[in-house]
Design a protein around this ligand. Structure first.
Ligand SMILES: NC(=O)C1=CN([C@@H]2O[C@H](COP(=O)(O)OP(=O)(O)OC[C@H]3O[C@@H](n4cnc5c(N)ncnc54)[C@H](O)[C@@H]3O)[C@@H](O)[C@H]2O)C=CC1
Ligand SMILES: O=C([O-])CC(=O)C(=O)O
Length: 326
């Protein structure tokens, strides 16, 4: 049996947490042979609810669950942590954009970045889910200067999965036929889901649909899917978000399949002309617990405009939180 790894989940008493923890403990995220210690962090008023979640985790008798720690102290929550899923943040309501949450949520990530810097493993892999995810990931990263910036990522896998289903349904295929999907940019209404590099059954997806559907149906549907769920459910997506978080970390830790890639919000090294240092969603291949941006994909004028617009929004969000970026 491998040694257990420490997985910190923040906002563990919330909606996404409830859909996430049981799957991590079952081995769905890090594999059937990897025991985990869950370090669950939430705010003080949520600690009773968190104890209830811990009791339920115990009642599953998961063979891979070595221990569960519940705390309201980030210094305890991130102690020696190998993986951190930063979910704890306020969700948006109807009529809000995700960046409207910046004021409420940004401070959480500067505190947690500092705690990660001081207490976590220097090899920690961090996934930020709490919105606005890309800019919160940037805040976390900048507050943890002793850790490689590549170790901080933001979640666009939910958008990626949504886009796969939309194109599969449109072409009468299944998601098993869809590969090489890319979400570029911000997890926001400016994100750019790219069908020019996606394949369906080995054929280029943009050749299988008309430009009118691609521009006026597919792209806005993916961009607005979170808002559509909030309207329908009266609460933001939770189970699908938890599923995407599992997918994101699993790909990162255990690798991507063959030539396929996944979408991850990662530290830009200037690839595709995107300003260095932004946390921008790129096509990424993962191997040996590391990711790399897939290089050399063709970018037409239509894509270029959309990729730049979402980068511009990220630069504006960054400039709006300058005071939290040491
Ligand atoms: N990146 C993505 O694709 C997605 C992101 N989200 C975002 O995930 C976040 C969480 O969503 P839900 O679980 O539905 O919300 P929720 O309100 O059900 O749960 C949030 C939890 O975070 C806790 N929390 C608040 N401040 C905290 C702090 N400083 N430290 C630790 N925990 C703290 C709350 O007490 C609560 O238990 C929201 O910001 C939401 O917008 C949601 C869906 C998809
Ligand atoms: O839309 C929201 O606020 C929640 C979220 O990020 C998503 O479902 O993509």
């Amino acid at each position: 049996m491998k040694q257990p790894v420490r997985v910190t989940v923040t906002g563990a008493a919330g909606q996404i947490g409830y859909a996430l923890l049981f799957r991590i403990a079952s081995g769905a995220m890090l594999g059937d042979d990897q025991p985990v210690i869950l370090q669950l962090l939430d705010i003080t008023p949520a600690l009773d609810a968190l104890q209830g979640v811990k009791m339920e985790l115990e009642d599953c008798a998961f063979p891979l669950l070595a221990d569960v720690v519940c705390t309201d102290d980030p210094n305890v929550g991130f102690k020696d942590s190998d993986y951190a899923l930063l979910v704890g943040a306020r969700p948006r309501g109807p009529g809000m954009e995700r960046k409207d949450l910046l004021e409420a949520n940004a401070a959480i990530f500067s505190v947690q970045g500092k705690a990660i810097d001081q207490h976590a493993s220097k090899d920690i892999k961090v996934l930020v889910v709490g919105n606005p995810a890309n800019t919160n990931a940037l805040i976390t990263q900048r507050n943890a200067p002793s850790i490689n910036p590549r170790n901080f990522t933001a979640m666009t896998r939910l958008d990626h999965n949504r886009a796969m289903t939309q194109i599969a349904q449109k072409t009468g295929k299944t998601v098993n036929d869809v590969t090489n999907m890319t979400i570029w940019g911000n997890h926001s209404a400016t994100q750019y889901p790219d069908l020019f590099n996606t394949k369906v059954d080995g054929k280029t997806a943009s050749d299988l649909v008309d430009q009118e559907w691609l521009e006026n149906d597919f792209i806005p549907t993916v961009q607005q899917r979170g808002a559509a769920i909030i309207k329908a459910r009266g609460a933001s997506s939770a189970a699908s978000a938890a599923n995407a978080a599992i997918d994101h970390v699993r790909s990162w830790a255990l690798g991507t399949e063959g030539d396929d890639w996944v979408s991850m919000g990662v530290y830009s090294d200037g690839s595709y002309g995107i300003e260095e240092g932004l946390i921008y969603s790129f096509p990424c291949r993962c191997n040996n617990g590391d990711w790399e941006i897939v290089q050399g994909l063709p970018v037409n004028d239509f894509s270029r405009g959309k990729m730049d617009a979402t980068a511009q929004e990220l630069a504006e969000e960054r400039d709006g939180v300058k005071h939290l970026l040491p």
